[in-house]
Design a protein around this ligand. Structure first.
Ligand SMILES: NC(=O)c1ccc[n+]([C@@H]2O[C@H](COP(=O)([O-])OP(=O)(O)OC[C@H]3O[C@@H](n4cnc5c(N)ncnc54)[C@H](OP(=O)(O)O)[C@@H]3O)[C@@H](O)[C@H]2O)c1
Length: 237
């Protein structure tokens, strides 16, 4: 990871903060992104003392103008963007007939459109350099349907579609995409979800972070297109 310029979107989340901790300890140069500036500041204080460079950039990824400014700021500060990790998102899990229009807007604006804006703005910069790696933390509900997850699945299936189309379009410019299909990860994601789940049986955020670091560690010609890790207690085949 030494000297890689990595933008972690959702850096203060369960998966994002576990990942940030590992990347910082391994010498990456980091742009840490989420909305809440206090949580970003707190994350900064917890990073490894040997951390080279990390800058917090509070951004709401549902606003394409803020996302464009974010990527320009990273490119100006570090000279390039090697990796974008999209680990921001949220979940609404409830019966289809309880879904409000605002629920659908929230899922699509954040999980689908927000991720598209970050992919688009980062890819424009990576394309010039003819190199870049975009890691989208989709989740298994971007591959498998589940009752109560209509709006969430719609956003995540959409994210898979846009990622694969962009990967095909951008492969000749040296860009690669990896999609991560994690099952339940015990993180603050679940704090606001009322569905009965056993968080003790979920994956740890560190397991998800390890998988992302692994994908980033392969030799340049190897493209880890998909990584799928499920908790034993809740397997989707
Ligand atoms: N937890 C799971 O079981 C699981 C499983 C598979 C996939 N996933 C996916 O993995 C991703 C990360 O999940 P997690 O478990 O780490 O969730 P989390 O702990 O709830 O973290 C979510 C992160 O996203 C940021 N965020 C939310 N809205 C944002 C916005 N509009 N603009 C910028 N940042 C925003 C949050 O910070 P602020 O609130 O400060 O903005 C936070 O840093 C999500 O896409 C989720 O769908 C999760």
């Amino acid at each position: 990871m030494q000297d890689k310029v990595i933008v972690v979107v959702g850096a203060t989340g369960g998966i994002g903060s576990a990942l940030t901790t590992q990347l910082a300890a391994q010498g990456a140069r980091l742009a840490l992104v989420a909305r809440n500036p206090d949580r970003l500041a707190s994350l900064m204080t917890q990073l490894h003392p040997a951390t080279q460079q990390a800058i917090p950039i509070p951004t709401d990824i549902t606003d394409p103008k803020q996302v464009e400014a974010l990527m320009q700021k990273v490119a100006a500060q570090f000279g390039r963007i090697d990796v974008l990790v999209n680990a921001a998102g949220a979940g609404i899990l409830k019966p289809y007939n309880k879904l409000e229009p605002a629920d659908l807007d929230y899922m699509l604006d954040l999980n689908l459109k927000g991720s598209f804006y970050t992919c688009q703005a980062a890819a424009n910069i990576m394309k010039e350099a003819k190199s870049g790696h975009i890691c989208n933390v989709v989740g298994i509900l971007g591959k498998h349907p589940m009752a109560m997850a209509s709006a969430y699945c719609a956003s995540k299936f959409g994210l898979v579609g846009l990622s694969k189309c962009m990967a095909d379009e951008l492969k000749r410019f040296g860009l690669k995409f990896t999609l991560f299909y994690f099952g339940g990860v015990d993180s603050p994601f679940w704090d606001s979800i009322t569905l009965k789940v056993d968080r003790n049986k979920m994956l740890r955020p560190e397991t998800a972070a390890n998988a992302i670091v692994y994908a980033l560690s392969l030799e340049p010609q190897a493209i880890p297109m998909e990584i799928n890790i499920q908790p034993e207690s809740h397997l989707f085949f």
